[in-house]
Design a protein around this ligand. Structure first.
Ligand code: PRP
Length: 216
């Protein structure tokens, strides 16, 4: 499952045995909602760990029981931006890495007929309260939802934006990186294509429905 999209410099596929194993379990139709949620959360931790590698540090000094020790702390204010609904699963995992991050939910669903994003929730304050935003959404299909969230955050005034997802389709990756080549995209896998309904193939089905038991 490789594509030209994968070689774009802004796209990073995190190739790790633990991630491959978890993604495979996630794909299986026999994986129930409870296990599915756990896997999404675990992948959220692993993927944001990689997506945040380049964050700037500032020096801090702490007192150990024996002496002062010079260390580091993450310098920018971190914002985690899950796209409702499916991004909330990744959020739980991302919070393990950044427990003090601000969380700003964005509601975007994809109109199933027109395959265009529809924004329905946004309570961002007038001015940015963070320096870096990690957009969290397991699926990058047509790319419409990711683009919509990015547009919102750029209008808000945050320039350092990073997308963290699990599976991307070549079509969506191409669209997203063409419009925002400067925004890093971290994924676990790139799949083959989209089907006529805009679902990623082979994918894992509907990430929201599978997490929340709302399919069928
Ligand atoms: C799914 C998925 C992404 C979006 C990806 O959400 O979680 O947000 O579609 O598709 P795109 O790249 O073509 O925009 P969905 O609209 O099913 O909403 P949900 O998370 O509430 O289930």
């Amino acid at each position: 499952m490789t594509t030209d999209a994968a070689v774009k410099s802004s796209v990073r596929i995190v190739d790790h045995p633990a991630i491959r194993t978890k993604v495979t379990q996630l794909r299986s139709h026999t994986t129930g909602a409870h296990a599915f949620r756990d896997l999404i959360e675990e992948l959220g931790t692993l993927l944001i760990y990689e997506a945040s590698r380049s964050l700037k540090l500032r020096d801090v000094t702490v007192e150990t029981p024996l002496a002062p020790a010079t260390g580091s702390a993450i310098a920018p204010r971190i914002g985690l931006v899950p796209i409702l609904r499916a991004g909330t699963g990744l959020l739980q995992g991302a919070l393990h890495v950044f427990p003090d991050a601000q969380v700003w939910h964005l509601g975007v669903y994809r109109d199933e007929h027109r395959l265009v994003p529809v924004e329905y929730y946004n309570r961002l304050p007038p001015h940015p309260t963070v320096d870096v935003c990690f957009i969290l959404d397991p699926m990058l299909a047509t790319g419409g939802s990711a683009l919509s969230a990015t547009d919102v955050l750029l209008r808000w005034g945050v320039e350092d934006i990073r997308f963290v997802g699990i599976i991307g389709a070549p079509e969506g990756i191409t669209v997203f990186t063409a419009r925002y080549p400067q925004i890093p995209v971290t994924l676990a896998a790139i799949d083959d294509c989209l089907n006529h309904r805009g679902f990623i193939v082979p994918g894992l089905g509907d990430a929201g429905d599978r997490q929340f038991g709302t399919g069928a």
